[in-house]
Design a protein around this ligand. Structure first.
Ligand SMILES: Nc1ncnc2c1ncn2[C@@H]1O[C@H](COP(=O)(O)OP(=O)(O)OP(=O)(O)O)[C@@H](O)[C@H]1O
Ligand SMILES: O=C(O)c1ccc[n+]([C@@H]2O[C@H](COP(=O)([O-])O)[C@@H](O)[C@H]2O)c1
Length: 210
């Protein structure tokens, strides 16, 4: 269904149920594409809060080296700290083992039993969602919001009707892969990632030898 069909309803505090956005990602590093997507979906869907959930072990990225979870977690905290509507959860890191979104959503529902969950995901991830573990269960745990991403076609073809909304967000052609490659070459990542994240990457010497 398109975003225009989505029953957005009143925000929490105006008599409605609390609406919690969930932005899962490896965030290696977090960049402005992630932040714009979360901000745009929060506004369109009247979300009370968006919780960023860095992956523990992203099993579909096992072919490459991933920065330590604590570094990815801290960069996510730095990037979101100034926005009172954004928070960061350690649940996927602290659970241990490969990260499956079905576990993420079950755990978040247990912690927030009275909230409606909206899982925010990009066009590339949405296209792969049927390869995720327990994919048939996912759509009963949260509403999925697919966002546009430059270079990827956004479609909900083959996904359960009513389980997914598609949203166009301001296009930012930024990827974590490109940010890592730039740091490795000594190119700047200023304005691609938040300033504090640029400084954290330098301080911890991340992505240098890649
Ligand atoms: N520029 C962007 N615009 C919209 N969505 C994005 C953008 N970059 C990432 N996303 C979405 O954010 C979520 C988390 O992404 P992830 O942490 O894997 O970042 P990434 O830039 O895709 O990383 P990598 O390049 O290492 O694969 C995914 O659902 C992804 O589709
Ligand atoms: O549940 C799964 O099997 C699964 C497989 C691949 C990705 N995901 C989730 O999709 C989100 C984006 O993942 P990634 O690796 O592209 O950053 C993140 O929350 C992952 O946990 C989930």
């Amino acid at each position: 269904m398109g975003e225009q069909d989505m029953p957005t309803g009143p925000a929490h505090g105006a008599g409605g149920k609390r609406r919690l956005g969930v932005m899962g990602g490896t965030f290696d590093p977090i960049h402005h594409g992630h932040l714009v997507a979360a901000s745009e979906v929060a506004a369109r869907f009247h979300l009370d809060e968006v919780v960023f959930v860095p992956t523990g072990q992203p099993w579909q990225k096992s072919h490459r080296k991933v920065a330590p979870a604590e570094d990815r977690y801290l960069m996510t905290v730095i990037a979101t700290a100034e926005n009172p509507q954004f928070s960061v959860s350690r649940i996927d890191i602290d659970r241990g083992g490969p990260t499956y979104t079905a576990d993420t959503l079950r755990d978040l529902r247990a912690i927030n039993p009275a909230a409606d969950l909206f899982f925010i995901t990009g066009a590339d991830a949405l296209a792969q969602i049927l390869t995720w573990r327990n994919s048939e269960e996912l759509f009963s745990l949260a509403h999925f919001v697919g966002v546009t991403r430059p270079g990827h076609h956004l479609t909900d073809a083959g996904l359960p009707k009513g389980g997914v909304s598609l949203v166009e967000v301001p296009a930012l052609a930024i990827s974590s892969t490109d940010c890592r490659a730039r740091v490795a070459k000594g190119d700047p990542v200023w304005y691609l990632v938040p300033d504090g994240v640029v400084r954290y990457i330098a301080k911890r010497e991340l992505y240098r030898g890649e």
